[in-house]
Ligand binder design. Structure first.
Ligand code: NAD
Ligand code: MG
Length: 406
């Protein structure tokens, strides 16, 4: 809180899809929140416009050249925002004593250090960056506990589960009377496609999600179902359950965002239009409910809710992630890193859609599995998997990678 009584908020990854939605919700509550820092990798024009609209104390660009350009532009525009460059500045604005709330919405492993810094500084951490938890779940959860941070999930499914679980006054979700968690998946844009059609899918087709508008990396993850594999790991860490207590349910309408099944036969679900401003507003306001600008759900228009089991034959990434979770240690960190390399390769046109699971599986067969006892160990596992996956991408040659490895 500041002397004005407003909560200072840092938005990590403010120019992305979650970042933009967060600023939209914050702007609806100017009496309650002020923006402390906004960060981006290199999109100067987008961050400049956000700084002019939200007047943060700091703006961080991890790309140093972009930081210099942003500083020039903001000075020219008469802005009082201080520009910082480099990745270390992310940790500073996440852990700054003036900050109460950190929205962790950088995409990928790049978000881990600053998200962990926010947890270690005991902030209210709004977690969109699921990769941080997937890579370093044990470290992250113990940092949250040790520092007394308040961790609120922003991923729509986990936010829904959080809303359906019994929660104590410190926002620690409990499992009293809970039998299973039912984690919903939309099934992605290729849910009804056959194997041959999926194998020929283009990046634009993979990014055309039927219900959600998101960044390109998570859109591809939704198309391969790796997103659900990452979310399974995320749910296990967040709620302290084993993967055997989580059932993945494909629900194409994305109206139910997930469910919790209780011992007495009750099943609680959270429903709403697919709009990330709902979980974002929930995280910002908890335990209060804030207006989010979201259209009310019209059940007559929704008309029907369908459910089916996921198909791990057509979508092998889900099986690969489940096996990596079971293997434990740094295997999920390696899986996440190989996935990031493979998805970037697919988006660049270097490999086909079905090469994504092949790169991941072949990487996992080659990397060491160690105990993730420190951030350095996790980062070393991430580095090793990236090198192996990049080598697999390079050595692809003329053969389709999906068939070139044993
Ligand atoms: P996005 O690609 O739209 O935005 C990513 C943001 O991170 C941008 O501001 C970008 O500048 C910044 N960034 C990218 N690489 C960086 C790097 N190396 N260093 C520092 N900053 C970097 O991504 P998004 O769709 O908003 O997703 C953000 C996170 O939220 C992801 O972890 C994703 O899985 C999760 N998430 C997103 C949605 C959604 O609806 N978009 C839903 C659930 C979870
Ligand atoms: Mg999700």
């Amino acid at each position: 809180m500041t002397p004005t009584g407003k909560q200072q908020v840092t938005v990590l990854g403010s120019t992305g899809s979650i970042g933009v939605n967060t600023l939209d919700v914050l702007a609806r509550h100017p009496e309650r929140f002020a923006v402390h820092a906004l960060t981006a990798q290199r999109s100067v024009a987008a961050l400049r416009d956000q700084c002019l609209a939200h007047a943060p104390r700091y703006a961080v660009m991890t790309d140093e050249g972009a930081a210099e350009e942003l500083a020039r532009e903001l000075t020219r525009a008469g802005s009082a925002t201080t520009v910082l460059g480099g990745a270390a500045a992310l940790d500073e604005v996440a852990a700054d004593p003036a900050v109460a709330v950190v929205m962790a919405s950088i995409v990928g492993a790049a978000g881990l250090p600053a998200t962990l810094a926010a947890a270690r500084a005991g902030k209210r951490v709004l977690l969109a960056n699921k990769e941080a938890l997937v890579m370093a779940g044990a470290l992250f959860m113990s940092a949250v506990r040790d520092a007394g941070a308040l961790l609120l999930p922003i991923d729509s499914e986990h936010n829904a589960i959080f809303q359906c679980l019994p929660v104590d006054a410190s926002a620690r979700p409990g499992l009293a009377g809970v039998e299973r968690i039912l984690l919903t998946a939309s099934g992605g844009p290729f849910r009804t496609w056959d194997t041959a059609r999926i194998a020929a899918a283009t990046p634009d087709q993979a990014c055309a999600h039927p219900n959600w508008s998101m960044g390109r990396k998570i859109s591809v993850d939704s198309a391969t179902l790796m997103n659900k594999g990452l979310e399974l790991a995320e749910a296990c860490w967040l709620f302290g359950v084993g993967p055997e207590r989580v059932t993945i349910v494909v629900h194409p309408q994305s109206v139910i965002h997930s469910l919790v099944q209780y011992r007495d036969g009750s099943v609680l679900a959270q429903l709403g239009n697919p709009d990330m401003r709902t979980p974002i507003a929930y995280g910002l306001g908890w335990p209060e409910r804030l207006a989010a600008g979201v259209m009310p759900l019209d059940l007559f228009e929704t008309a029907r809710l369908d459910f089916e089991a996921p198909d791990e034959e057509r979508f092998p990434c889900l099986r690969i992630a489940r096996e990596a979770i079971a293997a434990g240690g740094t295997t999920m960190a390696a899986c996440n890193a190989a996935n990031e390399v493979a998805v970037a390769g697919f988006l660049d046109g270097a490999i086909g859609f079905m090469d994504i699971p092949a790169v991941i599986e072949n990487t996992l067969a080659r990397v060491k599995r160690v105990e993730p006892e420190s951030l350095a160990v996790v980062e070393a596992a991430d580095d090793e998997a990236r090198l192996v996956a990049a080598e697999l991408l390079r050595s692809r040659g003329s053969r389709p990678l999906a068939q070139s490895e044993p």
